[in-house]
Design a protein around this ligand. Structure first.
Ligand code: B12
Length: 384
C-alpha cells in the first residue's frame, strides 16, 4: 500500500469543494485504463464485516492466515483514513477468449494470462490520484488492488459497480464477472453513485458446475475446496481426493465464471497494457513447466505474471496433477524426469501422476532412492 498524504502545511488549509461529476470521473478513470468507476460513501459496511468474520471463524479461508489480521479494518474505511468520506471502486474488464487446449497443455485462468494486474492497476490509480489532487491538493488517497485489507466486492456492490452473484463474484452489467476490482479510499468529497440492480434469478449453474463443491452455499465459497485456492494460494500438498477434480486447471479456475449467463456475450478487455499482454496465456505446455528446475528459471519466465504467486514448487505441483489427470503417454517422460526434482512437494505429486498414468515400474525404481517421508507416503498410497 502506498499513501499520498498532504504535507502538514496543507492539512491546515480548508479543502475546496468537489469539482468532480460522475461523467468527469468516468472520463478520468477511462483515461487511466479503467472501464468503469463508481463511488460509495465511506460509511462502514457492518453487514459485509459480519459475513467476513463468520467466514474466517468457520476456517473457510484455509491457510490464508494473512486474512485473519484486523478483520474490522476491511469493512471500516476510517481505519485507512480517519476522516474518509468516499470510496471509488474501479473495474477493468479482463475477459479474453481462451485458446483451445492442445495435447499436453494445462489451462490458466483468464485473469492470469497476461502481465501482473496488481502493478498495472496500481500505476493507473497512482496517475488518477495525481489528477484528483491537482484539483484538490488537500485530499488524502489510499489505493488497493486485491492485496489490501478492504472488502473490495462489498464496497463495489454498494457503489453500484454490479451485484454479487451466487458464485460470490461481483457481476458487472456490461463485463460480467471478468473484472478486476480496484479501490481508492479518500477524504475528498466525491459524487456518490446509486446501487446497481441485478440478480441471479433461479440460476445455480456456478454451484452445479464446481467439481469440488467449493460453493458450499450461494454467495459463499469454502476456499479449501476452491481450485483457485488449491492451485494458487495453497503452499502444501493438494489433498489426494481433490486432485482428480482439478482436471486441466494448472493455475486458477474459471469454471464458475464460464457457465455464468451474464458472461455469455462479452467484449474482450481493451486495457492498453493488459489486453494484449501474454506471459502465460490461457494454455501452457505441461512438459515445459515440469522442466523448470530452478527458482531463477521460474522467475525469468513468470516474474511479471500472476503465476509468480504459486512459486516454482506450486506450479510444478499443479503441472503434475494436471498431467495425472490428462493421462497422455507423451507426458510420461517429463514426469519421470521430474521424479528427480529437488522439491519433495513436486516429487510427491509426480508419484501420484505417474500412478494415474499406470507407470508403476518407474515408481518402484524410484522408491529405492527416495528418503523424504511425504514422497514415501505418496508411494505407499499408490502401491509404488
Ligand atoms: C481471498 C480471495 C480469494 C480466495 C477466496 C475467494 C472468496 N470468494 O472469498 C480464493 C483464492 C479462493 C479466490 C479465488 C478467486 N478470486 Co479472489 N480474492 C480474494 C480477496 C483477496 C479477498 C476476498 C475475501 O475477503 N473473501 C472473503 C469473503 C467472505 O468475502 P467476499 O467474497 O469478498 O464477499 C463479500 C461480499 O461479497 C459480501 N457478500 C457476501 N455474500 C453476499 C451476498 C449478498 C446478496 C450481497 C449483496 C453481498 C454479499 O460480503 C462478503 C464479506 O464482506 C479479494 C480481494 C479483496 N481484497 O477483496 C480477491 C477477489 C475477490 N478475487 C478476485 C478474483 C478475480 C478471483 C477468481 C475469479 C480468480 C480465478 N479465476 O481463479 C477466483 C473466484 C473464486 C470465487 N468464486 O470467489 C477478484 C473478484 C472479481 C469479481 N468480479 O468479483 C478480487 C476482488 C480481486 C480483485 N481486486 O480483482 N480469491
Amino acid at each position: 500500500m502506498i499513501t499520498q498524504d498532504p504535507s502538514p502545511a496543507q492539512q491546515t488549509a480548508a479543502p475546496p469543494g468537489p469539482p468532480w461529476t460522475q461523467e468527469s470521473l468516468r472520463a478520468l478513470a477511462a483515461g487511466h485504463g479503467f472501464d468503469d468507476v463508481r463511488v460509495t460513501s465511506a460509511a462502514p459496511h457492518p453487514e459485509a464485516g459480519r459475513i467476513f468474520r463468520a467466514w474466517i471463524e468457520r476456517e473457510r479461508h484455509g491457510e490464508m492466515r494473512w486474512l485473519e489480521s484486523d478483520p474490522d479494518r476491511r469493512a471500516t474505511p476510517q481505519h485507512h483514513i480517519s476522516d474518509a468520506r468516499a470510496i471509488l471502486t474501479l473495474a477493468v474488464n479482463h475477459y479474453r477468449v481462451a485458446a483451445p487446449l492442445v495435447a499436453g497443455e494445462g489451462r490458466v485462468a483468464r485473469y492470469a494470462a497476461g502481465e501482473d494486474y496488481h502493478r498495472v492497476l496500481d500505476r493507473g490509480m497512482q496517475a488518477m490520484i495525481v489528477d484528483l489532487q491537482r484539483s484538490d491538493p488537500h485530499g488524502m488517497y489510499r489505493y488497493y488492488v486485491d492485496y489490501g485489507p478492504v472488502l473490495e466486492r462489498a464496497f463495489a456492490e454498494r457503489a453500484g459497480l454490479g451485484f454479487i452473484g451466487r458464485s460470490a463474484n461481483l457481476i458487472h452489467p456490461r463485463f460480467g464477472t471478468y473484472v478486476f476490482l480496484a479501490t481508492i479510499i479518500t477524504n475528498a468529497p466525491l459524487p456518490l453513485t446509486p446501487r446497481s440492480p441485478g440478480t441471479c434469478g433461479q440460476c445455480r449453474r456456478c454451484l452445479e458446475v464446481c467439481p469440488t463443491g467449493a460453493l458450499t452455499s450461494p454467495y459463499e465459497i469454502d476456499a479449501r475446496l476452491c481450485i483457485s485456492y488449491l492451485t494458487i494460494e495453497n503452499r502444501g500438498p493438494i489433498p489426494r481426493h481433490l486432485r482428480p477434480l482439478i482436471g486441466h486447471w494448472l493455475f486458477g479456475c474459471d469454471l464458475c465464471q464460464e457457465v455464468c449467463p451474464y458472461n455469455a456475450r462479452l467484449p474482450e478487455g481493451q486495457h492498453p497494457r493488459l489486453a494484449r499482454s501474454r506471459i502465460a496465456g490461457t494454455a501452457l505446455d505441461i512438459p515445459s513447466i515440469l522442466s523448470i528446475r530452478t527458482a531463477r528459471d521460474f522467475s525469468a519466465r513468470f516474474s511479471r505474471s500472476p503465476l509468480r504467486r504459486a512459486k516454482r514448487e506450486g506450479l510444478l505441483r499443479n503441472a503434475a496433477v494436471v498431467a495425472g489427470n490428462l493421462r497422455q503417454a507423451p507426458l510420461v517422460p517429463a514426469l519421470v524426469q521430474a521424479l528427480q526434482d529437488a522439491s519433495p512437494l513436486v516429487r510427491g505429486h509426480v508419484v501420484w501422476a505417474l500412478a494415474q498414468c499406470g507407470e508403476v515400474a518407474a515408481l518402484r525404481a524410484h522408491r529405492e532412492r527416495e528418503t523424504d517421508l511425504f514422497v514415501i507416503s505418496e508411494l505407499d498410497a499408490v502401491g509404488g
